[in-house]
Design a binder for this molecule. Sequence first.
Ligand SMILES: Cc1cc2nc3c(=O)[nH]c(=O)nc-3n(C[C@H](O)[C@H](O)[C@H](O)COP(=O)(O)OP(=O)(O)OC[C@H]3O[C@@H](n4cnc5c(N)ncnc54)[C@H](O)[C@@H]3O)c2cc1C
Length: 416
Amino acid sequence: MSAAEKLVLIVGGGLAGLACAVRLHAAGVRPLIFEGSDGVGGRVRTDPLDGFLLDRGFQVFLDAYPEACELLDKKSLDLRAFRPGALIHQTSGMERVMDVFREPRHLLESALSPVGSFADKLRVAGLRLRLMGRTTQEIAVHEDMTTESYLQRAGFSAAMIDGFFRSFYGGIFLERELQTSSRMFEFTFKMFSQGRATLPAKGMGEIPRQLASRLSPAAIRLGAPVTQIQPGGIVLQSGEKFQGDAVVVATDATTAAELVPAAGAVGAVWRSVKCLYFAANRSPLGEAIIALDGTGAGLVNNVCVPSDLAPEYAPRGQALVSVSVLGSVDPDDLEARVLAELEGWFGRQVREWRHLRTYRIERALPRQSPGTGFTGPGFREQAGVYLCGDHNWSASIEGAIHSGLRTADAIVRFFK
Ligand SMILES: Cc1cc2nc3c(=O)[nH]c(=O)nc-3n(C[C@H](O)[C@H](O)[C@H](O)COP(=O)(O)OP(=O)(O)OC[C@H]3O[C@@H](n4cnc5c(N)ncnc54)[C@H](O)[C@@H]3O)c2cc1C
């Protein structure tokens, strides 16, 4: 039988499932996605609300991601970049730390900023040089430890780790303790050094939308939760059954472990985050930059204004403020406490802000302990059932796409 007559059933229409389907389709294999929710994208979706665009949790697309960039048409995503650096809220006020390789005019200001010592800044430059010269494959086999140990071993001062790395990488790993694998740290540090942190002008949801547009509408069934995987087939919650030539489970780690216990998928321990959106009459930052909490004292970890990058994120004359609170802590008066805290950052203008919506994302990122990421082929296989998704490589957009593509490649090889 030729590849063209083969049918692959894919459970989950997140980035991994979509990437897998697009690659299969290109190879002449018929993919059929069953997505449990009402839309594609999984953890990368955008909701319109009263003229605002609300990403389901603040996240960025790093435009140096190698496989994602090869797969996606970056031009039509109309990517808008954050400035390379950050504003750090300290008890003494806002300090600016810029990537001086990209914005050399900030060399003096960044060197003199009280966030870390001058020696720390030289260490950042050295790390940048080292990691830019290292391939992802080299990083994948490099000694692994917690990011905290890695930074200590690299000689960074406690002030630099506490005042910068905990909040900057806290916003990426969704944990300030820096217990995430140092391989993940090295990979993201390299990506930030080589490229830019961006948002598509019309929201992060444009990324899955673009992939879905490459498939025929009949290849995606929405509102179709799968409850059972059987040899060569699946069963939907509705009771409907489907048979195919291979089955791909492209769900999150916990669901994968429930659906395919025999494949040895590890049900993840999750990193959680809350993302609060506010409408403001003007941007409290006034530039495309991420502001971080450098005190470690409050609820807020990071703040940005997506409409400063892409005016499409807010109606004309208004600004969209995005605020991230890490972890599971969730007081009843969360919005009021966050606003009170941000008055300390931005002053009385915060009193005029209007709360739009809060996203509580319990399963945001699987915990990536040392030794768990960047290992294996990027998927698992058990009797014709392939497990794919970010938990099989790295918890990121790149990791999900990498996993989806490797899964499709393996299936095509198998069919041939
Ligand atoms: C708040 C937040 C911030 C992040 N920040 C970044 C960032 O800045 N940069 C970055 O690169 N990455 C970031 N990430 C990580 C990135 O978004 C994920 O790693 C990636 O999207 C995971 O894709 P996936 O396809 O593996 O899984 P998912 O997106 O979880 O997709 C799985 C899909 O399977 C579906 N599904 C589940 N169970 C079933 C079932 N039984 N039947 C049918 N369908 C089912 C789900 O509805 C979902 O659509 C962030 C994630 C979050 C949530």
